[in-house]
Design a protein. Sequence first.
Length: 695
Amino acid sequence: MQLSDDIVYLKGVGPARAKVLAAELGVRTVGQLLDHLPFRYIDRSALATVSSLRDDGQYVVLRGQVTNLQTTATGKFRERLTCDFYDGTGTMQLVWFAGTKWVREKLKPNITYLVMGRPTLFNGQWQLSHPELEAATSQDTSHTSPFLPVYNTTEKMKSAGLGTRALARITESLVAQLPPMEETLPAPILERFHLMPLREAYINIHYPTSQQALDQARARLKYEELFFLQLDYQYAHQQRVTASEGRIFSRVGEMFNGFYNQHLPFPLTGAQKRVIREVHDDMRSGRQMNRLLQGDVGSGKTLVALMCMLLALDNGCQACLMAPTEILATQHYQTFLRMLDGMPIQVELLTGSLRAAQKKKVKQRLAEGEIQLLIGTHALIEDDVDFQNLGLVVIDEQHRFGVQQRSRLWTKAQVPPHILVMTATPIPRTLAMTLYGDLDCSVIDELPPGRQPVRTYHRIEANRVKVFHFLKQQIDAGRQVYIVYPLIEESEKTDLKNLYDGLEMVHYFFPRPQYQTSMVHGRLTAEEKASEMERFKAGLTHIMVATTVIEVGVDVPNATVMVIENAERFGLSQLHQLRGRVGRGGGDSYCILMTKDNLAANSKERIRTMCATTDGFKIAEADLRLRGPGDIQGLQQSGILDLKLADIVDDEPLVRATRDTVRDLLAADPTLAHYPQLRRHIEHSKNKLLWGKIS
Ligand code: ADP
Ligand code: MG
């Protein structure tokens, strides 16, 4: 047998089941089945007894014999099969409602069985329906494991006779005849970290000979996962550093200096200065920059972006800024116009909603190099947008842009432009280490002076009148407020209805004309959105009722209260983003999380976290813990953090260890000349890693 063999030839599989395994698990080869790992184990040595059963829904294993098989007709074609199961301490009834014929033929007296399932108490008698069942003495004695593996299965698998026990029998015979496996990790590493050989690890992850062997098998396979993740990223990083040339922006000229000396609206924070320096160092290093800039909401990333773009201009290049929404692009455009007022710089806006003639004109001026600074949405990366000399691309709020979209920027200039990706969704350190191992990273860890921490409260529907009364006080004191409704799918009618119902309620509590309201949601046209935002920004309206379209980057310093309706339906990072819309003007600011009364534990924990801290990194860590990394925004789109065993939060020490090992290894042997198996791995994953060049 070979790992590349089709599973159809494995004992207990056959064509029908092979089809189901392929469809349900994507498992087609023996090797892939080997990689379908148990998610837990049943300890066969920890047997329960009938006399000591408790009615707590626990999955138990019992050992005993069956007697008294009885079939009762329950319908024209249906019957029930029951039997008694005796284990020396008491009797329990086993029941089948389907597949009775097969069970009846299989069950034999005088054979000792292991019976597994969740017994229930029925009329004072213990009962187990459709138990998992197998002979206690396995025919296959090639190995002895006290543990039975439990695998994920699906309904379709179960009805094809591929329940977890059946699957276990298949893996049992697979493990028993497992062919030799080529070691994937270099011998010195195996030795240094006392790692179990690969083949042994695979055998023991399915059928561990002891708890200790299981722990070692897990440790080995986790190490393997994290090691190759690190190798992929660090190798890509090294390639980028050594291979890709970049424009050299060594000049600091009149654009940057003129702005710095005469137009800077406020002194830069220390963190802003440091980041600008880091970016500048990158851009004059002679290699192409790929930098991730993390900064909490309100930390002043826009100004940093602008000043970096001015450096590009000083070196004779064009620069562009790409934002995820039209609202945001328009806002950046206005901010830039205001800040650059009086400077000889051509700034333009390019979004999808420009009229065709306007678009054409902008594109033409761009190609001729007349426009120096372009701001826009994804319209920027359309095929027919040509720059004369694009030197720097800034991408704001990275998580909304797909990797593919970003990669198209690459084609916009002969020499690849420098790329700065800005995100306000803080990424926990371990995740950054794993996921952005090939990106350089800057952090703005300081908010501009005078920021008030936003006070956050949790309220339920019963408090609504009080909450609205509080809003009234704030508005009467000259402040503005946001009320945000969840809109998970922009197409979901009920969500939109919630929004309109909410608006009606707001109008009831805040009668016009004394109180004025704006409303923004995804179904409005870009113009409608912009005009609603404008009215709110100008202070013409007091309340902004909106969906999450305002989540990212909207900046209205006079707004001091953020009410989030159905807050339990938002993720933590989204709540944090929304809260970041207030607390920008120096006035006391508030965030009110409205939820229903009875919250699930997980929602409760999210709300509690929000009330307890405003620290974006703490929130990101909590988010990771509560949702699991697979769910983190942007991760799915990249589809790269596909870890089976390792857990980025719990295995942080291992993440560090593998990172350092790979770093030292690549430093000593950049081409992996001494590690043929690692080289092969790299060659193999090259295609997958192309995007790594981009960010
Ligand atoms: P974000 O990092 O969330 O994109 P912004 O760039 O929108 O944050 O900045 C938030 C607010 O802080 C803006 O109103 C901006 O004008 C202001 N700001 C930025 N830098 C400073 C600074 N150094 N001092 C004072 N205010 C600043
Ligand atoms: Mg921003």
